[in-house]
Ligand binder design. Sequence first.
Ligand code: PHE
Length: 340
Amino acid sequence: MRSLISQYLSEIDRFTTQSADELEQFRIRYLSKKGLIPALFEDFKNVPPEQRREIGQALNDLKNKAQEKVTLLREQIEAGTSEQKGETDLTLPVDYLQLGSRHPLSIVREEIIRIFARIGFVVAEGPEIEDDWHNFTALNFQPDHPARDMQDTFFIESNPDILLRTHTSSVQIRAMETRKPPLREIYPGRVFRNEAISARAHCIFHQVEGLYVDHDVSFADLKQTLYYFAHEMFGEGTEVRFRPSYFPFTEPSAEMDVTCFVCGGKGCPICKYSGWVEILGCGMVDPSVPENCGINSNEYTGFAFGMGIERITMLKFRIQDIRLFFENDVRFLKQFTGAV
Ligand code: PHE
């Protein structure tokens, strides 16, 4: 067996051709069902156990070599035929490989993760295909709750329980169902909504969710954490303000604005002359939510927040149209390397 393997190896090594027919014969000889290599695999049954490891490895290598040879020669033959058709000017400079760059959304997502990592938040993820319980019901969106209207998504007809998640808050539920407090976690991920695509909205976008559940977590902890985040993300001089808001799974709920970092709060088209831009939703975890997950809400309290990565990236880099993130135009994508 060993000598056959090394014989075939050197034959395969030496083989070359420019003819598609010859290549096909080569393939049939070694790799087809009744070819030489499958025959060796057949004989492998009779190899004594102590040699199996070594011979098995050699056999697999042989098969890979043969397959690689076929692929390589096939590519060469195809390239050759197209070259014969067109005119190849061998004096032209070669195409060089362009170095890629990070997508602006990845740059900002990683920056957010780094900022929260410094104060002990760990990253976790959840599925993009969710069920009604994790995306809605466990977060207090009852089946007829009007807040569901704002988060219409994509369902499948055969099973309306399955949907594409509309927010990363579903990961809060998965976390509280599977892990015990203290929880100090952030959840980056892709989310989906049934929205008409425009310069400001897309049916696919990204969020980062944060959840902190422990003994005695207060609104002061929420404010200080997000204040720290705003400073790290947008600069030392940044002010924050909280406006009352509503989410079914937090009570009280708030929206956080930061001073417009384009005009420094004086007023400009970006902040619509208000001096403030809205960047996230947040609130104290409603006690019913941990209860839904089997956590005693008399013992534990928490806060949560969620922000849109596209929104923050657009504000930070002054990008006017959300569709640019999804078009994969390298002239756009390569402008952000080293930007943060
Ligand atoms: N999930 C909310 C949204 O997508 C944001 C949010 C997250 C609000 C966590 C409060 C707490 O609009």
